[in-house]
Design a protein around this ligand. Sequence first.
Ligand code: NDP
Length: 307
Amino acid sequence: MENVIIIGSGPAGLTAAIYAARANLNPLMIEGEEVGGQLMTTTDVENYPGFAEGIMGPDLMMVTRKQAERFGTRFISQNVTKVDFSSQPFKMWVGDKEYQSKSVIISTGASAKYLGLENERRLLGRGVSACATCDGAFFRDVDVCIVGGGDTAMEEALFLTRFAKKVWVFHRREEFRASKVMADRVLNHDKIEVVWNTQLVDVLGDKAVTGVKLENVKTKEVKEMPMEGVFIAIGHKPNTDVFKEFITTNEVGYIQTKADSTYTNVEGVFACGDAQDDIYRQAITAAGTGCMAAIDAERWLDNQEHA
Ligand code: NDP
């Protein structure tokens, strides 16, 4: 029987682990198959306090993981496949193996969204990607495109200019959602061309991507363009499906936490990071709520013992 199981290993989960371990709770982290979460697919992180010159996302996560390990966190590098939060002790399964815990911290984060086109899925990994940082270097001296208008799209477009001959940005409106500083960098980059009011409606290619089909959402004009790489950057979906029978979420799937806390609707189950935050979604806010979750869990466990 564990005191606390932390599910998910991004900045939220790892910070929760550091605090829980230092509070002598001997936490077990089920860190998932994508260890380190979304920052593992980022390059420079320039806005995480404490790193005046910036730090690479994977480096930040690995050093944070080491910090959690130093205080005794134990790790299981697999995904939770089933949970039962209907009664104490809480039960979680990784395949056939069952784990039991008095308290749970959910920090499963969010994953990239796709457009939902059949050929997008078929050609995933064959020219279609949702991670420029992971796959950008495969596209040297060819034309690639980004779909989306948020900060992720801007960041990925700028990153791709290191390799690609030309980077096209297709956005469905005529204004970016991204912050002005990022948008300006994209708009002023001589390797990037922005095409407004444009939706990607198909990805072309047999064994690998050879082109895209685009629709102008205003004129409805459809045209094809040769393209070798298609990067989808249209936001993220919280990884909370496995909990939804027990844990209350909003309509998109973000876990609802009680005001000024990380308490979910189930007493003893706490949630932090991007799994519950659809507003800020930053590494530092995730880390902050991870700290809150560990303190909430520690105090809750303490109250149970003294009840
Ligand atoms: P966002 O939700 O901010 O942006 C998603 C973009 O994709 C929007 O422009 C949206 O268009 C577009 N989009 C959504 N669905 C579709 C669709 N079906 N077809 C075409 N386009 C679509 O997600 P991000 O991942 O960009 O950013 C998430 C959060 O993370 C934000 O708060 C962002 O600021 C932050 N972030 C910060 C960074 C930094 O500070 N360095 C880096 C990366 C992210 P529309 O605008 O029309 O809705």
